[in-house]
Design a protein around this ligand. Sequence first.
Ligand code: NDP
Length: 325
Amino acid sequence: MPSEIKTDVVIVGAGPTGLASAMYTARDRYDTVVLEKLVPGGQINNTDRIENFPGFKMISGSDLAVAQYEQATAFGAKIKVGVQAQALARRDDGLIEVKTNEDTFLARVVILSPGSDFRKLGVPGEDKFRSAGSGVSYCGMCDAPFFRDKTVVTVGGGNTAVEDTIHLSRFAKKVIMVHRRDEFRATKILVEELLEEEKKGVIEIKYDSVITSINGDNSVGSATIQNVKTKESHDVDCDGVFIFIGHVPNTKWLEGTLDLNEQGFIKCDPQFFRTQIPGVFVAGDCRVGAAMQLATAVGDGVTVAVFMKEYFRDPQWWNKNNAVI
Ligand code: NDP
């Protein structure tokens, strides 16, 4: 039987951002509940190598997730796994109501850090082969071992695409990387590493190219690649297609409740990350203007946990210096 649970702070999403907020708010002795629809850690669970988180020369995403989880819960944060926030509303008494697939939570402050999902390519065959073992994947770190000595195609030119293409080349016999431009979005150091790896012969990069369909019977057998400049198409035989073309924020459930931009990112003021609903902050990759870095996502989580106390001291603070963008 669903019940109504009162708390000081509800945090939606237990990724690095939400766990950083939870560590701060729980340590400040605020009753803190974190709602997580899947597993704590979010997207970083898919990264086995983080080299740009201050203080760590190298740490795996799952190790960092576990460390953050343990730190937050040690201070008393309650993390509810398998609980998905479904609706948000501010009541007349100023409390924020968060409805979930289980209980309803009533909080003085809500911190939204729901992160994002994999962006889809939207080509024929993508959905058909998405189920486990069929050959379409969005996570190189998770699925690379299934493609040992096989041929795979990767799509994208950002940090994820570059890192995961290199990772896949340690397993597959051939990795064909398809990027729609002739310049990478990924950081220079990663691109340099990719180009070095390409010289070893496992990775082949196809610039100015897109995938127009993923083909096969019961599993992926080939992909159709088109050069966007010459418009020429050809099929390459492959056993899998890995799609690394970014993320879409998990904010669909907030449409009509909060101001979102065209891509679905939550609008907020650039200094304190206040949304247009008093008491509702946003932090991390799902807000407009986010730098989309692990360190900045964690920084967002800390920022809202600190400035939340201004709102507790004086609710009128919400409207001071506020310019929601
Ligand atoms: P990004 O948004 O950075 O890159 C997406 C890539 O996919 C771009 O190259 C883009 O091309 C391409 N793309 C987008 N849509 C399509 C499409 N429909 N068809 C073909 N190609 C498409 O996403 P990432 O997942 O790589 O990274 C997300 C964030 O996480 C970034 O801020 C990144 O820096 C960060 N990150 C950091 C890491 C690290 O620091 N170690 C590791 C992984 C991620 P185009 O460039 O032409 O737009």
